[in-house]
Design a protein around this ligand. Structure first.
Ligand code: 5GP
Ligand code: MN
Length: 343
């Protein structure tokens, strides 16, 4: 409580603020950042949102999105360095280790600004002066809502802010069906509706906004790039850079693919292994108590949550697939243990 009091005092006078979030932000990362940024702007602060990279087009309806600085876009590295260097406060949202924001991480690490972490991932790196961190929260957006309310500013949450926060909660709960969908999630969501969020509109923008290329890519991947290993209750996609090129794949187009693999009857563990320009990225999901966070941490230099995590590999795509197949064999017992409970 003492911390909240001193944090509130910090915000009593206008500050220069940078809000940043993880590489390739999803709806929770960008929604919580923009919702918080709008609130802080309303309170009289000078706020800039810096994203370490671009993000899916289906998020560009969010209020304030036009002003987001994409660190990787031409000329923005210097601009970001200046803003981070001059900031009084830096908010880090929806990630908890500085390597998740690439080169921006070094700048943030070296800055003298007061650092504020708002996050719900496991095992945070301890770099922040203030931590609003809880793994009980389904989404960072849920924590941003709580923080604004705890600061006594619920009435500052307008419809646009409510929609940004709702987007984060809706997507990080898998449309309110993952086990992280608590009573509090529904209470917060109900209040966001009360505050003016048009939830049907947000749902349409995020889920009914596919390009034909994206739909065809999904069909191609389902037909040609999905491998099911029945005795390990595992299914995974492997996607090469040529596959992505062939379907003119844009940022965000592969989001959700991993859920198709997990939706298979009998499958408790799914993965998407994708060849990106700089690295191989791995997306992991599970049903029940098989911890993909542990799996990602142990084998693919990553992390996340018990049922949704990600990581990277510096091997080739084929070598990564071989490594993945080799490793999962050693988890046969765990993968089969809870089968009847989860299916
Ligand atoms: P996704 O598969 O949607 O990219 O990520 C699933 C979850 O794992 C998200 O909460 C995301 O923030 C986290 N995650 C993804 N990749 C990494 C990674 O490389 N390192 C860590 N620590 N977390 C990750
Ligand atoms: Mn999140």
């Amino acid at each position: 409580m003492q911390k909240l009091k001193s944090f509130k005092e910090l915000l009593d006078t206008p500050k220069k603020i940078v809000v940043t979030t993880h590489y390739k932000p999803d709806a929770d990362a960008l929604g919580s950042s923009l919702g918080l940024a709008s609130y802080l702007t309303k309170k009289g602060h000078e706020v800039h949102v810096i994203s370490p990279s671009d993000y899916p087009e289906f998020l560009n309806w969010m209020d304030g999105e036009k002003d987001v600085i994409d660190f990787e876009a031409g000329g923005n590295e210097e601009k970001s360095e200046k803003l981070v260097g001059e900031a009084d406060l830096i908010f880090c949202l929806d990630f908890n280790c500085l390597y998740r924001i690439n080169e921006l991480g070094d700048m943030v690490g070296e800055s003298n600004a007061v650092k504020v972490l708002i996050d719900h991932h496991l095992e945070p790196e301890r770099f922040a002066d203030y931590e609003f961190w809880s793994t009980q929260a389904a989404a960072t957006a849920e924590l941003v809502y709580k923080l604004i309310v705890d600061l006594g500013d619920r009435d500052q949450i307008d419809a646009s802010i409510a929609e940004c926060l709702y987007a984060g909660i809706m997507t990080d709960t898998g449309q309110f069906k993952h086990p992280n969908t608590t009573k509090n999630v529904h209470l917060v969501t109900a209040d966001l509706i009360e505050l003016g969020a048009d939830i049907a509109k947000v749902g349409r923008y995020i889920y009914d906004n596919n390009s034909l290329d994206r739909l065809k890519f999904t069909g191609y991947a389902l037909n040609n790039k999905l491998k099911v290993i029945k005795d390990l209750r595992t299914a995974y996609f492997w996607i090469s850079s040529e596959d992505l090129k062939k379907y003119n794949s844009k940022t965000g187009d592969t989001e959700g693919l991993v859920n198709y693999a997990l939706s298979l009857k009998g499958v408790v563990f799914s993965a998407v292994i994708i060849e990106r320009p700089d690295t191989i990225r791995i997306s992991l999901r599970s049903k029940g108590d098989f911890s993909v966070n542990d799996f990602a941490k142990e084998h693919f230099n990553g992390g996340g949550h018990p049922n949704a995590a990600g990581g990277i590999s510096d091997l080739s795509l084929q070598e990564t697939v071989d490594k993945f197949e080799r490793i999962i064999k050693t988890y046969k017992k765990q993968l089969n243990k809870n089968f009847h409970k989860t299916n």
